[in-house]
Ligand binder design. Structure first.
Ligand code: AGP
Length: 595
């Protein structure tokens, strides 16, 4: 979940290229950041690192001008070792510097061997072992490239690594296994880049290529032009397909909104319409006897919502599983099942490995992803791309809408889907955002939050609880409303706020009963319902402990989408009310490429 960037810049663009890429990579991790480069005038390795946001690093860089042609940069999401400058990348040893995204699983053994050979370590990280191992292999008589390739062969685990060496100031080396890596050339050929993803290169390279697991890249700042070659895991030279960089700079800016997340929530109706118009879903699920949906986090909740859609509309049995559990069970798979993997980033290691398990058993895999060229997209048998556009906010919002609607389109004919109800009800929530902000102001001091719902409102309750945890750092749980009386109601008191999601559907009366049970115990309630329930809730709307948010009356299952928008905004405003960084919540990163 870190971000890496490396550049060979024959013009004076090194500093701007590395910094602009790091700013766009921050969504992958932002505990600390750093750069290393070879000074043009004296090929000495220079390294600048800082904890916290990129701004802190930029302040340090401003104190000295980067005058170099080759450099590497990194944004960190801590896996091994705390958030300190010593643990920040790049790591260096005897003139070799590296940046790394992933986890080196055999780093302890390598570290012990290197220590026995007299090497010392400054950090607690696994990544530092890579720089030291390369330096050790150079001291053993190999040149930089030979030492790099030998070191890579000795690593076990996941990595996207780039390395530079002060004794070979024209060479940039990279290796990929399990973590994403993208390469690109500037339009004028004067700059070559290696990065974690296309977002980092959105203003730098119009055409990019995605490396495969086992690939290494050797780039030389040679004359007359930068030259590079890609070696596969057998060290044979290979060519990887060059594709246009679909991430435009336009999509990687806030468009006048205060935060990326607010922009992305306000795009939810547009994304729903784009998904409806653009989805190429030539998959006939009725051919399968059952469907298994495997995912993590918000994508898992989209899968849970899909279960209700598919079983109701297509009468096909659906299982939904958390990828990190599925992949370590010995799951019983069926040739007559379709295995669906939902992932907005397409890089979540648990989901990727779960899909590899199913493929190894010889079964059909379908990936619903939002990022072209992502690892999951490249390995699935069938790929459906959601039309969300890039999502920068770490908390998933518009991609949840796109995923959920995409799954609905697998089981309801396109012409039967009432898109006007979906888009108009989402827009009505967006237009009523101030009422949601007011509710958030009341909730922000809660010691705990409970989200309840029945039917399709239950996955929305789970998504709401996750969002508020991620963004407002308040303990929150989502429950089936019917489960409240089986224990969770014990936590209800005047400090606990319950968000009761109760559209006027077949579950409404029962969910209101559960809400009354909570009210009877002095619990505070935010009731999210639909306007056609006004008469039925007349009895409780005037209660001092109750606030009501009325959504548009839309038919089942279309209310799922505007309810999602409502709980996304609720989490957003609660986080803002608490003064948190909405786009980069603490401890999180946008794509979870480590286990
Ligand atoms: C959602 O807001 C979280 N950021 C997280 O739960 C996320 O949904 C999960 O990590 C799965 O990510 P993916 O969709 O990229 O696989």
């Amino acid at each position: 979940m870190c971000g890496i960037i490396a550049a060979i810049s024959r013009d004076d663009g090194l500093e701007n290229a590395v910094i602009s890429a790091l700013e766009r990579l921050e969504y992958r991790g932002y505990d600390s950041a750093g750069i290393a480069y070879l000074d043009r005038n004296q090929p000495v390795l220079c390294r600048i690192r800082a904890t916290g946001r990129i701004e802190n690093l930029k302040r340090k860089i401003a104190q000295r001008h980067i005058d170099g042609t080759i450099g590497i940069g990194h944004t960190r999401w801590a896996t091994h070792g705390g958030v300190t400058e010593e643990n920040a990348h790049p790591h260096a040893c005897n003139g070799v510097a590296i940046v790394h995204n992933g986890i080196i699983e055999n780093y302890q053994q390598l570290k012990e061997r290197l220590k026995r050979n007299g090497y010392c370590f400054d950090s607690e990280t696994d990544s530092e072992v890579i720089a030291t191992l390369i330096a050790y292999n150079i001291s053993d008589g190999l040149d930089f490239t030979g030492a790099f390739l030998k070191s890579i062969r000795e690593l076990t685990g996941t990595y996207a690594i780039v390395a530079i060496h002060e004794k070979e100031p024209n060479t940039l080396l990279g290796a990929k296994n399990g973590s994403p890596m993208t390469v690109g050339l500037s339009p004028d050929g004067m700059n070559f880049y290696v990065a974690s993803d296309a977002v980092a290169l959105s203003s730098l390279a119009e055409n990019i290529a995605y490396l495969e697991d086992g690939d290494c890249i050797i780039a030389e700042n040679s004359d007359p032009a930068i030259a590079y070659k890609i070696l596969d895991k057998s060290e044979n030279e290979v060519v990887r397909q060059v594709v246009p960089n679909s991430i435009s700079l336009k999509s990687v800016n806030k468009g006048g909104y205060e935060t990326f997340m607010l922009k992305e929530i306000f795009e939810e109706a547009v994304v729903a319409a784009a998904t409806y118009d653009g989805l190429d879903c030539n998959v006939d699920i009725t051919k399968y006897g059952a469907i298994s949906i495997i995912a993590c986090g918000t994508s898992y909740y989209a899968g849970l919502l899909a279960k209700y859609f598919i079983e109701e509309l297509a009468q096909i049995h659906v299982d939904v599983e958390v990828a990190s559990e599925f992949r370590y069970r010995n799951p019983v798979l069926s040739p007559n099942s379709l295995y669906v993997f939902i992932s907005q980033s397409g890089e979540t290691i648990d989901t990727l490995c779960a899909m590899r398990l199913v493929k190894q058993r010889g079964y059909k895999t379908l990936a619903l992803i939002n990022v072209d060229g992502s690892s999951i997209a490249r390995e699935a048998d069938i790929v459906i791309k959601t039309a969300s556009g890039i999502e920068i906010g770490v908390a998933a919002t518009k991609t949840f809408i796109a995923q959920s609607l995409s799954m609905l389109m697998l089981c309801q004919k396109k012409e039967d889907i009432k898109m006007d109800q979906i888009t108009s009800s989402i827009n009505a929530v967006l237009n009523n955002c101030q009422q949601i902000a007011n509710a958030a102001e009341k909730m922000k001091g809660s010691k705990g939050l409970v989200y309840i719902g029945r039917g399709i409102s239950y996955p929305i309750a789970l998504e709401g609880a996750l969002k508020i945890k991620e963004l407002a750092y308040i303990s929150a749980e989502g429950y089936p409303a019917g489960e409240i009386k089986h224990g969770p109601i014990a936590i209800v008191d005047e400090d606990v706020y319950t968000i009761s999601i109760a559209p006027y559907d077949k579950h409404f009366e029962k969910t209101i009963s559960n809400t009354q049970e909570i009210l009877a115990r002095n619990g505070k309630i935010l009731l999210i319902t639909t306007k056609n329930s006004a008469g039925a809730v007349a009895g409780i709307v005037d209660h001092d402990n109750v606030d009501v948010l009325f959504l548009c009356d839309v038919e089942w299952p279309y209310q799922a989408f505007c309810m999602a928008t409502a709980i996304h905004l609720l989490a957003y405003y609660t986080s803002k009310a608490k003064g948190h960084d909405v786009d980069k919540p603490r401890n999180l990163a946008k794509s979870v490429t480590v286990e």
